[in-house]
Every structure is written in C-alpha cells, then in structure tokens.
Design a protein around this ligand. Structure first.
Ligand SMILES: [Fe+2]
Ligand SMILES: [Fe+2]
Length: 187
C-alpha cells in the first residue's frame, strides 16, 4: 500500500509539513482528551491537505475525472479536501467512513459531524501555527466543549467569507444552523 508519509516527504513544502504535523499533534491531544481512538484522527490529519498545494488546473482535472460536483471547479479551497477523500480510499486503501468524511469536510464542516470530523475541523483551524484574533479563545474552548468550539469556528469562517465576498458553501451554513440549534437545546 502507498504511504502517505512518503507522499508528504516528496510533495509538501516545509510550511505545509509543519501545518500537517501540527494538526496531527493537536488532533491526537484532542482525541486523548475526549477518549477517542487516536489512529483515526492521525490518519485523517496526515491526508487532509494532500492536495492543498496542487495547481488549480490539476485539481480541475481531478474534479472532472472523479465525477465530483462542478462547484469544485476553479475552487481549490473546497476541492482539495473532496479530492483527497476520494484518493485516500482509491489509492491508499483507507476505508473508515469517519476518517474519509473528516478529510472531505475539513474545510466546510457539516451537520452532525462525528467526533473524528469535529476534531480534525477544529485542529485544522487552531493548530499552533494559526494566527488570527479569536484563535486563543477557540483553542481553549476546543478542550472544554468541542461542539461550541466548532460553532464558534464556523461563525468566524462565515464572517470572514462574507466580509470578503468569497464563496460560502451550503454545508458551512447548515453546520452553523445545526450547532446553534444543538446549543440552544442544551441550555
Ligand atoms: Fe485544507
Ligand atoms: Fe489544513
């Protein structure tokens, strides 16, 4: 079976390696904290950005050849996770749906994420190399209440996207609504 570690070694810039291993470390800490199996978050973390640095034209070829939705054309920010989710199963033999979904939805989030999905989503957003105003608050919150941390991160992403007039994926909107509703029900 192909090895994601040698793929990373051959293809990633130093910056992307640092980010990937930092997501991996933080995801393992969160998994430990919440009593989740560590192997799954580790695998998802290593694969999540395998197509992040790939040129847009190549990503477009993958989108077409893999039969992915045309909304992922010319949209590397969304396409990279969707392509990785297919390739990790096809070429690397990863079959665990939680792990595949964690990679697939790491950029957008979605409704009713599994623990592995939430951990990858928040670890990607808060690993130590990330710098933005609310990141320290999110880091602390992620060890106290994973759902709340995910919700705050989703709100932050939506604000960022709307302020800049970027493409907002419907999964992100649905995710925010889902976790807001869940929070209200727990009050
Ligand atoms: Fe990513
Ligand atoms: Fe990432």
């Amino acid at each position: 079976m192909r090895s994601i570690n040698s793929y990373i070694e051959r293809n990633f810039t130093e910056k992307r390696k640092l980010h990937t291993f930092a997501v991996c470390d933080l995801a393992i800490k969160l998994a430990d904290h919440y009593g989740i199996e560590k192997g799954n978050v580790k695998t998802a973390a290593l694969f999540h950005d395998m197509f992040r640095g790939v040129p847009e034209q190549s990503l477009n070829c993958y989108v077409t050849h893999l039969g992915l939705d045309s909304k992922y054309l010319n949209n590397p920010n969304l396409a990279h996770g969707k392509i990785a989710a297919v390739v990790m199963e096809r070429d690397y033999g990863i079959t665990d749906r939680d792990v595949i979904n964690a990679v697939s939805y790491h950029t957008t989030g979605r409704e009713a994420m599994s623990e592995v999905e939430k951990i990858i989503y928040i670890a990607d957003a808060t690993e130590p190399n990330r710098i933005y105003p609310s990141v320290d608050m999110l880091r602390k919150l992620s060890f106290n209440n994973l759902d709340k941390a995910v919700l705050e991160s989703l709100k932050h992403t939506i604000k960022y996207i709307e302020e800049r007039g970027l493409y907002l994926d419907n999964d992100t909107v649905l995710a925010k609504d889902y976790y807001m509703k869940k929070e209200r029900m727990n009050e």
